[in-house]
Design a binder for this molecule. Structure first.
Ligand code: C2E
Ligand code: CA
Ligand code: CA
Ligand code: CA
Length: 281
């Protein structure tokens, strides 16, 4: 579609016009969703590959959309990130994930050592107030710092390595654990990697999913695991859906796994039952 305006000619393809409208609508809907608290968290266990036992759970945001149902964060996190509203959602997630973890540890003696992982966004990491916020949430919830792990991506770290390093060090000083998420999809320099105070590398699911059929991907998983171990880090493989992947991951020495083979993300009310069945199996 072409539209002639007074000052000149604006050219929109139908696709651009449509996606601009959709984007504007999405932004507006998200604005209301934040005001109305139209989000909830689901929790997905991470298991020890050796014993099959759950060691922690990752909190994953869900948007309860009136028409579309639960919307995946992959579809709305980038929009919130763009507008800066991710800071509001990020605070909400941090608070609610820590409160939930404190509850399951208190209510279920067998889950006393099961901690929670929370995803951070680039804007959160770039905020010096993040450290005080994490400290405040820990004290409000009563959750032990060692029960909280924060996940950041390589891309976020490499955006501003010096500032990231500083913020991560202050977070470590609080006693929380740190993981690099989606490892392998960004470009982190090895020099930086060994300077960040990180505990864990999470291998992106794109490598794990292809590893049984693609020797290149298998070799990447093996090399990343070796790299992590040589830096004193432990390794989580994401997106484990098949028994064969589990066996191969265990064979290369990967410690932990997350994926539909073990457990899907569930709301808090179903978590104790799900973890209980993993503990018994
Ligand atoms: P992620 O941090 O890599 O989280 C893992 C994603 O993989 C989740 O998608 C999870 O449901 C999915 N997954 C787990 N196991 C399997 C499996 O076996 N197979 C497949 N195909 N997928 C699996 P989800 O919940 O849609 O989240 C997508 C991304 O959105 C997350 O990727 C994370 O980057 C982001 N995200 C989620 N919650 C938050 C949040 O609270 N804050 C921020 N900043 N980002 C979030
Ligand atoms: Ca994550
Ligand atoms: Ca990930
Ligand atoms: Ca991912």
């Amino acid at each position: 579609a072409k539209r002639a305006g007074g000052g000149g000619l604006e050219v929109f393809s139908d696709w651009m016009l449509e996606s601009a409208l959709n984007h504007a609508r999405l932004e507006m809907e998200l604005h209301h969703a934040l005001k109305d608290n139209a989000f909830h968290l689901e929790f997905q266990p991470l298991v020890d590959l050796h014993s099959g036992r759950p060691v922690r759970v990752e909190a994953l945001a869900r948007w309860d959309h009136p028409q579309r149902g639960a919307v995946s964060p992959a579809d709305f996190i980038p929009v919130l990130e763009e507008t800066g509203q991710i800071l509001r959602l990020g605070s909400w997630v941090l608070e609610n994930a820590c409160m939930a973890a404190a509850r399951w540890q208190r209510r279920h003696p067998e889950l006393r050592s099961v901690g929670v992982s929370v995803n951070l966004s680039a804007r959160q990491l770039a905020q010096p107030a993040l450290v005080d916020q994490v400290a405040a949430v820990l004290s409000r919830s009563g959750l032990e710092p060692a029960s909280l792990k924060l996940e950041v991506t390589e891309t976020m770290l490499m955006d501003n390595p010096e500032l990231s390093n500083l913020v991560l060090r202050r977070l470590k000083d609080l006693g929380v654990f740190l993981a690099i998420d989606d490892f392998g999809t960004g470009y982190s320099s090895l020099a930086y990697l060994q300077s960040f105070p990180i505990d864990t590398l999470k291998i992106d699911k794109s490598f794990v999913m292809g590893m049984t059929s693609d020797p290149g991907k298998f070799n990447i998983v093996k090399a990343v695991t070796a790299l992590a171990h040589s830096l004193g880090l432990d390794v989580v493989a994401e997106g484990v859906e098949e028994q064969e992947q589990r066996i191969m991951l265990h064979a290369v020495g990967c410690e932990y796994a997350q994926g539909f083979l073990f457990a899907r993300p569930v709301p808090e009310k179903d978590l104790a039952a799900q973890l209980g069945s993993l503990l018994r199996s």
